[in-house]
Design a protein around this ligand. Structure first.
Ligand SMILES: [Zn+2]
Length: 512
């Protein structure tokens, strides 16, 4: 039996990750991501910040209720006050393994300028928060926000007090991404050595990537004694993001000689989880991203390829299939049956219900009529469209017609539907088809959008490949993303604009 220390993986994709600009997810998308996190076997899912908005509350409640009996802990965030903590508990209480995460800033700059509280008042408030949470459940995490910049003597006092009050995990956040590996190691070592009751809690670490060191800082923390790492899929999160789950897990797994720890993560689910999070947030994974980037296992240099053919170990430290890349990009076609499609979907990391499979199969057949070879990228696009497609209460595309000519204003006729009602507009305006599509959608939906970014890329090979359009827009000072895939790039553009519009509308709709 291995006596390796087991490191708990606390995933905050749905909380810290979702907080990053343009990364908001709707309820259905959050449930899909939560399901992918369960498949990955993370230990804790931080599902949201229930008091932040009715949508956040509803998402945490739904995840706690429908997935809270699947062995994973479901966590909700709260500031250290009764109202926040009560609301978090209200959202979490249906879960079999709830965890309340209470936070309060402790650094001098936050105490003085943000909270205007003395050190004594901070400790009192922190203890009161943990005690309040403890009155609801046993599993309590406390975070001294901006811990990495907190005076170490004061941090030790705070940690001792909250552990005494019942915090079962104490998380040390580097909120502003200022720490270095040796700094992080010193902070964790000081807590381990100086806090008398430290053995009654699990030390956790939460790093931000502002200096590109979040993964390195997290690894330094576990070497110094931390037992939990907070991270996100693809490293998404505020500003430069959080510790990337896939990188920190594979670093421990690949360099067991240095990091003698285990996690429960099913590493062959990393790529499917990465693809899903990228699809629902519209935030692309850079090609050269470690572990899950498209080029992470591509060997281009001739001398490397030669070595690889002789023995993979010459240039490969991990096998692509260990992180969930399919061993081959199998090609399906017109004559492929439902069983072959179902099998491929499963290998790509999707678990479809019978109903979903039927609908995906129909769309697959339609695509196979137009396109000879269907690649994995096409199948992923169809499934994502099916799983994450517009619901009835959202705007959807019925039909469009565009007239374009060299050096002349485009003309567009567009029909959209919502709640079974169709609306049509005809305009002749805009500098090109994309601009015209924005103007037409805006006229029909009444939601104003500024386009900051427009990207189109092919999801697979060949001229008949599917095009993926992602847009980034501004609406009333907030950033939103939209994404859609089609072989017709005008259709993909309209659908991507609708995707962003529906997100904006969903965020302002109050749940019933
Ligand atoms: Zn954070």
């Amino acid at each position: 039996m291995s006596n390796k220390r087991s490191i708990r993986i606390f995933d905050t994709t749905l909380r810290d990750g979702e907080q990053s600009p343009g990364c908001s997810m709707n309820l259905q998308e959050k449930l899909e991501v939560a399901q992918a996190l369960i498949d990955l076997k993370v230990d804790v899912i931080e599902a949201g910040f229930p008091i932040a908005s009715p949508g956040d509350f509803e998402a945490v409640r739904e995840i706690a209720t429908s997935l809270g009996n699947r062995g994973v802990e479901i966590c909700g965030l709260a500031r250290s006050n009764d109202k926040d903590i009560d609301r978090a508990w209200e959202a979490l209480k249906q879960s079999a393994n709830p965890r309340i995460h209470v936070f309060l800033a402790t650094s001098a700059i936050h105490r003085e300028f943000k909270l205007k509280m003395t050190p004594e008042e901070i400790i009192k408030r922190a203890v009161a928060g943990v005690e309040r949470a403890k009155s609801y459940c046993d599993n309590i995490e406390f975070s001294p926000e901006d811990a990495a910049r907190t005076e170490i003597d004061f941090l030790c006092q705070v940690v001792e007090a909250v552990v005494k009050a019942g915090a079962t995990t104490v998380n040390i956040p580097d909120t502003v991404g200022y720490a270095t590996p040796s700094h992080m190691r010193d902070v964790i070592s000081a807590l381990m050595n100086r806090v008398p009751n430290i053995d009654q809690t699990v030390i956790s670490v939460h790093c931000h990537n502002d200096l590109g060191m979040a993964v390195a800082n997290s690894l330094a923390a576990v070497q110094a004694g931390a037992g939990q790492i907070e991270c996100t899929v693809n490293g998404i999160g505020e500003r430069a993001g959080n510790t990337s789950l896939e990188e920190v897990v594979m670093a421990m797994r690949t360099r067991h000689d240095v990091y003698d720890f285990d996690t429960n993560i099913e590493s062959n689910r990393l790529v499917p989880a990465s693809r899903l999070v990228s699809a629902v947030t519209g935030l692309h994974v850079q090609r050269n991203k470690a572990i899950v980037g498209r080029n992470a296992f591509a060997h281009e240099a001739g001398i490397h390829q030669d070595g690889m053919l002789k023995n993979r170990d010459t240039y490969e430290i991990m096998r692509p299939q260990d992180v969930g890349f399919a061993a081959t990009d199998l090609v399906l076609g017109k004559h492929s049956g439902r069983a072959a499609l179902a099998d491929r979907a499963k290998q790509l990391g999707f678990q479809l219900t019978g109903e979903q499979l039927q609908s995906v199969f129909e769309k697959f057949k339609q695509l196979a009529d137009k396109k000879k070879e269907i690649f994995d990228g096409d199948i992923v696009a169809i499934i994502q469209d099916e799983i994450l497609g517009a619901t009835e209460s959202e705007w959807s595309l019925v039909t469009y017609q565009v007239e374009l000519a060299y050096k002349s204003t485009p003309r567009i006729s567009l029909t959209l539907a919502r709640d079974d009602q169709e609306k049509t507009v005809e305009i002749s305006d805009g500098s090109g088809p994309v601009d015209a599509a924005f103007l037409a959608v805006q006229q029909l939906t009444g939601v104003e959008l500024d386009c900051n970014e427009f990207q189109i890329q092919s999801t697979t090979l060949g001229r008949d490949a599917n095009g993926e359009v992602t847009i980034e827009t501004d609406h009333e000072g907030q950033t939103w993303r939209g994404r859609a895939v089609s072989m017709d790039c005008v259709e993909a553009t309209i659908k991507a604009i609708l995707n962003a519009t529906n997100r904006i509308l969903a965020s302002t709709r109050q749940p019933v």
